[in-house]
Design a protein. Structure first.
Length: 327
């Protein structure tokens, strides 16, 4: 049986996207992919560069190739940053650690390796934090630019779909395993079943590079609802001609689709709120992308009253091809 996710009208207004990769979801799903070579042959090159050592096998115990992985490994705070997510993980109450590790071990008392962690032992939590951070640095860090680009392109594509087809169009085309009927989103697969009533909490959509099979979600229906789905790599755009705006196609390959759109919008200068509205992203996401463009020397930002106005630098204008002769 599929899992049925029930929306109310309030839930539809609270449907949100994570606008950048969630580091702990990517980490968890990459651990699954390392153990299951059938996940996607396109990951073979990445797998070949990963050394399976004792530290990594310890993480495999918490994240087996198939089946249940504890929800405490992917706290919502990780959508902000890896550090925020790891901080939240180490604050997980002992009662929740024990309950989720019991599920992992099939309802029995966790094995010896997990007993101290299940008790909320501070040293075990710190060791887990360091192990996850080290794995992320060594294994995902070298690929993070690629991961960011794929997720960025996915969000941009879905934002355009939302603008043209509305929520119905978005949810209908999100993934082949998902079926949108009325106000119910059905997820097919042998890894899920039952019903999830959003009950006004909304749903956060998390496109993930390492989600290469069916969409997934948290096991505990009491946690803030999240649906993680595959962010499919988009076709290489380098062979495409310049778009209607006259910008060269490689601009999106260099910056990512969302930041390339933001740079085009900023050719006229605008506030953070206006940038978000015109690109089709949240104000906080617009602020984030503007900060990246600013740190790259492509835009300047100046506070005017309560608003922040962003404008292209000479370098940013040159990159767009908007610089006038003699200026």
């Amino acid at each position: 049986m599929p899992l049925r996710i029930r929306f109310s009208t309030a839930d539809l207004t609270r449907l949100t996207f994570t606008t950048r990769p969630d580091p702990l979801w990517e980490l968890l799903l990459s651990l699954h992919a390392l153990q299951d070579r059938a996940t996607d042959p396109r990951l073979d090159r990445w797998r070949a560069g990963v050394t399976i050592d004792a530290r990594l096998r310890a993480l495999f115990r918490l994240a087996p190739a198939r089946g249940y992985s504890p929800d405490f490994l992917t706290p919502g705070e990780a959508s902000t940053s890896l550090e925020a997510g790891l901080d939240a993980l180490t604050r997980t109450p002992a009662s929740r650690l024990a309950a989720e590790l019991a599920v992992l071990s099939g309802g029995s008392v966790p094995p010896r390796w997990g007993a101290r962690l299940a008790a909320g032992d501070r040293r075990e939590l710190d060791d887990l934090r360091h192990g996850l951070a080290d794995y992320h640095r060594r294994t995902l860090g070298p690929y993070w630019t690629r991961i960011e680009k794929v997720v960025d392109d996915e969000v941009a594509a879905r934002t355009r779909l939302l603008a043209t087809g509305g929520i119905d169009g978005l949810l209908t085309a999100l993934h082949p395993a998902l079926t949108w009927r009325g106000q119910v989103l059905e997820l097919a697969g042998d890894h899920v079943s039952g019903e999830l009533d959003l009950a006004g909490r909304g749903l956060r959509l998390v496109p993930a590079y390492f989600c290469r099979q069916a969409p997934t979600l948290l096991a505990d229906p009491g946690l803030p609802p999240v649906l993680v789905y595959p962010a499919e790599p988009r076709p290489d755009r380098r062979s495409r001609p310049a778009g209607a705006s006259g910008d060269p196609a490689p601009l999106a390959d260099l910056l990512g689709a969302t930041r390339a759109s933001a740079l085009r919008v900023l050719a006229d200068g605008c506030t953070t709120t206006e940038l978000g509205r015109r690109v089709g992203i949240t104000t906080s996401a617009a602020s984030y992308h503007a900060s990246i463009l600013r740190s790259s020397g492509l835009v300047t930002s100046e506070r005017t009253g309560t608003a922040v106005v962003h404008r292209l630098t000479v370098l940013g204008a040159d990159l767009l091809g908007h610089r006038r002769a003699g200026s």
